[in-house]
Design a protein around this ligand. Sequence first.
Ligand code: WTA
Length: 648
Amino acid sequence: MAEKITSTSKDGERIAPSSEFKKQATISSLAEYKRLYSESVNAPEKFWNTQAKELLKWRKPWRKTLEWKEPHAKWFVGGKLNVCENCVDRHLGTPRENKAALIFEGETGDQKTLTYKQLHVEVCKFANVLTGLGVKKGDRIAIYMPMNCEAVVAMLASARIGAVHTVIFGGFSSESIKDRVNDCQAKVIVTADGGWRRGSVVELKKNVDDAVKGCPSITNVVVVKHIGHRVSMKVGRDVWYHTLMNDASHKHAAKAFDSETPLFVLYTSGSTGKPKGVLHTSGGYLLGTTMTSKYVFDLKETDTYWCTADIGWITGHSYVTYGILSNGATNVIYEGAPNYPEVDRFWDIVERHRVTIFYTAPTAIRAFMKWGDEPIKKHDLSSLRLLGTVGEPINPEAWRWYYKTIGGERCPIVDTWWQTETGGIMITTLPGAAPSKPGSAGLPFFGVVPKVFDDAGNEVKKGENGKLVLTTPWPSMLRTLYGDNKRYKKVYWSEYKGVYFCGDGCKQDKDGYFWIIGRIDDVLNVSGHRIGTAEVESALVSHPSVAEAAVVGRPHDIKGNAIVCFVTLKQGLEGTDELRRELRDHVGHEIGAHSKPDEIRFAAALPKTRSGKIMRRLLKDIAVGKEIKQDTTTLEDLSVVKQLQAQD
Ligand code: WTA
């Protein structure tokens, strides 16, 4: 990297786990973490052999732990297992069999619990249903569902018969469904009559109907009656889930599949328009997610775990379905919005289900901050013992608030850095092992060797910013992009020779902690200085008036980039010119005068995808006053764009 990236991360602050937490933690000291970590990187094959034997049930042992022909990895070559059996069947005949596997709560308040035994019956039946519809090993099935038990059952049943699922987030439009289904040539699509979102019906079946008109590969649409909404059913193609399930046998012998059998394709956005179909396979993925679930969340038999992610995203795959159920934990799933019917809905759920581990995204945390502490104080959150965050860098301000207001200064926070492509958590501070530094994801997980490179591919010095790379293969890594191996090589393996490039800017401090700055494409060059947009955002959010901020660059004749900030204020505050000036000075004060924003626009909300990611490319277009031509189908609230444009 030619110029330096400016960073304001304050790495002096450390928050250590309490002695009470440490005492019961699976990994309870830095020395223990370091010993295991050095084993994992010095003799990786030996380490992964031991872990794979200990944590998973195999039907046939592997011949070779890793076959690495860059950039293609095969893990546990020759080994056979069934992923679904590992997540469900192996808990039967143990004291876990009547333990709650899934506790579902719908937005309207309906509840349903499936024990591991009941989950087994459902999964076996649906495996028979899929087979009856002609789905065979290697066939693709699409799942377009609300967050409910049937969605998880469909994923597991697909895995059970060796089929490949592609879960399409329920907020996607029919066009997006069509693109994904056609890309992977799915045979069957599993959907519902509808879902609930903030009191409104999401017309899932109708979207599928519109999509399937352009999807010749689809032979059947399976429809779950979820809300009791009238939908049209096309004779010969559409079938009710409950009818098929009624007729299906609950007996199903799970076959053993090769470790490298494809498990799922998950589409994710790249820097170009077309989504990338990230392909994950069986043995390595399950090992990575099982192991990280166990150590990062410090999962215990008595825990009630809740991850707020939707199964439409990788977090929902790895840390709602596979990693959590493989550990035999109790898993809360919630269908709806965090602010429905009131802004305390999450805390109400935590209190009623006595949730012990809570995993969410910084964007949600900042929304809660904005809604104030009152709705939280109404609830008893004393059951919580561990908190987690994922998805974007968390600004220290939000970290501290989360720690204090939600965790009662009692719960360690695991800030987990990873990606759809990595399959599982790669960088985090193990909660009982080391102190957290607010704003830093922390230390590498076992077997992970991250480095920070400059543009020429040299490692930068500690404390300097550069690009984050992963230098060794890991079991849960993506294997390729579905049907596009060329793009796989280009996107991830061509920036530098022999290492995986993840697209994030980063620095490592003197204690070895990694500080993620954000996507490289979100790093701006202003008057020769590189400035992480996430850092300007963090500075803005540390101002008492600001609830949330997004920062983008706008081409500038002299400076290269001008800094444009989109800011939402705390409830009841008004965006005035005086506040604009104050915020500019505040950023200047936090980072340096060169980082002072050129422009600040206020809005009631920021444009976000329904998964909560700020739509930066859209903001970039708004910043330069371009007409919005890009796809806004995943946008949560279109009126936000109009409001931001109105300030042009
Ligand atoms: C960002 C989500 C900072 C990062 C699991 C990454 C994070 C992208 C963190 C992947 C974190 C995720 N701190 N940044 N703890 N977690 N990211 O594929 O930019 O939806 O490259 O996977 O999110 O997003 P994805």
